[in-house]
Design a protein around this ligand. Structure first.
Ligand SMILES: NC(=O)C1=CN([C@@H]2O[C@H](COP(=O)(O)OP(=O)(O)OC[C@H]3O[C@@H](n4cnc5c(N)ncnc54)[C@H](O)[C@@H]3O)[C@@H](O)[C@H]2O)[C@H](O)CC1
Ligand SMILES: [K+]
Length: 462
């Protein structure tokens, strides 16, 4: 494992949604949920054995937390008296498979569906000296429903030592909590369940889970209104960014540029040859204030930096790209900076070393208040000054001009509906993945606009 990965630390305690994303990333890296559950259940059994119990009762819910319990019971059944109470109902995947495996072990299994079923099993609670709480984990929600509520009450009334799997079922008086991979906010110990650190610090398909789902009754504009300010010597750049923003879910995209290109999906705001002067500035500020996010820079050339600074300042959310990345640094209410190595040196006064560990620290230190940096390269580095994420999707063919414009547009669209750090990380992941798909479909002759064909599918396809 690269040395700089061992330095990795992510925010502790971890959000449940972030844990789901990491598990999904681990799957994509080849570690199956079945492997994770087996590791979790085995760790749970070993933690229970450290209490030298004589009689163990395992309480299993209907989800994957229950699955952990089935695995633990299977290990414990080999060395001691162990019985299992499990909530009836449709269970699927790894949890169902582990219930089936446990059934083959011949330990006493009790299926319960109501409070009366639990009352009939009162002896199991009173005779156990250790109870494993595998009722609810990160999937818990709302008030406890039966028969889980009665399980919790009976467990709390029993004299047994209670060991909770991953996190305590709400209301249970746990004596110990064995969290899996990372603490969920309260843990007495943490078990490594084989999730590679890359699942946590590299972007992956799990990161897409944090994209807000568009409600059925979404109104026009839900996806966000994006303004792109650019064009000048490179007339196509702002249009690539604009189309990428649409493909990434923006509803309305304005392109303020001196050149009118025939893009019926984009709304063109005509500008004079050079983006400068009070009149232009006022016009752009008006549009910037009305936009949910503003991209400034694609193809801009050496436009008037004064205008760039003022338009950015009028933006609630700004993506500062390409020629806008120069000192003094433009900033919106919140800002995503998307420099490549040269622009990073110019705008932030630091040189990328090429070593991910060194660069991660350099970029993290360069972050500004309310500004996050997506430093593009063979491995992109995304940081908000505290968290760091790496992205290694993409192909060498993406060095073709315009892919940075695509990235800026995708980031701006996601920024309309997500926090800056997550929007930038996902934009890097999706743009690289689109490049991979384009290279598969088209080969080395891919051009930036080919990526547009794949962005929506990667973002919203599953
Ligand atoms: N996903 C993985 O790769 C791994 C997960 N691990 C363990 O799985 C749980 C999270 O599992 P999940 O199925 O998402 O949720 P739960 O098992 O916590 O519960 C869902 C289950 O419970 C029902 N439910 C929810 N709230 C209530 C309530 N208030 N009253 C009654 N019933 C409720 C809901 O309907 C579902 O049926 C995680 O914590 C880990 O323990 C593995 O450890 C590793 C791999
Ligand atoms: K639990």
């Amino acid at each position: 494992m690269p040395s700089w990965l061992t330095e990795w630390e992510d925010e502790d305690p971890i959000e449940h949604s972030r844990m789901k994303a990491i598990e999904r990333n681990a799957e994509a890296l080849g570690v199956s949920t079945r492997q994770m559950m087996e590791s979790a259940g085995r760790a749970l059994a070993e933690e229970a054995l450290m209490q030298s119990p004589e009689q163990v009762l395992v309480l299993c819910g209907r989800g994957n937390n229950g699955g952990d319990g089935f695995v633990a019971a299977r290990y414990l059944a080999r060395t001691m008296e162990c019985s299992c109470i499990y909530v009836s109902g449709d269970r699927k995947g790894d949890s169902a498979a582990n219930l089936k495996a446990l059934t083959a072990c011949g330990i006493p299994l009790h299926e319960v569906s109501c409070r009366e079923d639990i009352s009939r099993l009162a002896d199991l609670f009173s005779s156990a000296d250790l109870i494993i709480d595998a009722l609810l984990g990160t999937g818990a929600g709302g008030n406890l429903r039966e028969p889980i509520a009665s399980c919790v009450a009976m467990a709390n009334e029993s004299p047994a030592y209670i060991l909770s799997a991953d996190l305590p079922t709400p209301g249970i008086s746990a004596d110990a909590i064995l969290a899996f991979h990372r603490s969920k906010g309260i843990a007495t110990s943490i078990a490594d369940i084989g999730i590679p650190l890359e699942a946590e610090c590299f972007t992956g398909p799990g990161d897409l889970l944090s994209i807000p789902k568009k409600p059925e009754n979404a109104h026009k504009g839900y996806g966000g209104k994006v303004l792109v300010v650019g064009g000048g010597p490179y007339q196509g750049a702002p249009y690539l960014a604009g189309l990428a923003a649409l493909r990434a879910g923006a509803d309305i995209v304005f392109v303020a540029s001196p050149h009118a290109l025939d893009c019926p999906d984009l709304i063109h705001i005509p500008l004079p040859g050079r983006i400068s002067g009070e009149e232009i500035c006022d016009l752009l500020i008006k549009y910037a204030r009305e936009a949910d996010s503003v991209v400034i820079g694609p193809g801009l050339g050496a436009g008037s930096h004064d205008v760039v600074l003022r338009v950015a300042a009028a933006a609630r959310r700004a993506v500062i790209d390409a020629d806008a990345l120069r000192l003094p640094l433009p900033a919106g209410g919140e800002t995503i900076y998307t420099p490549h190595a040269g622009e990073f040196a110019r705008a932030f006064g630091r040189d990328r070393s090429g070593n991910n560990e060194t660069d991660a620290a350099i970029v993290r230190d360069a972050c500004t208040e309310n500004g996050i940096i997506l430093l593009k390269g063979p491995t992109d580095i995304i940081t908000d000054g505290r968290r760091i994420r790496f992205n290694r999707t993409g192909v060498p063919a993406m060095t073709v001009g315009g892919t940075g414009d695509i990235l800026a547009g995708v980031a701006a669209a996601l920024f309309c509906r997500m926090p800056a750090f997550e929007a930038a990380a996902i934009a890097a992941y999706v743009t690289g993945r689109a490049g991979e798909e384009a290279a598969l479909a088209i080969g080395d002759g891919l051009i930036a606009s080919d990526l547009l064909l794949f962005i929506a599918q990667i973002l919203y396809g599953d």
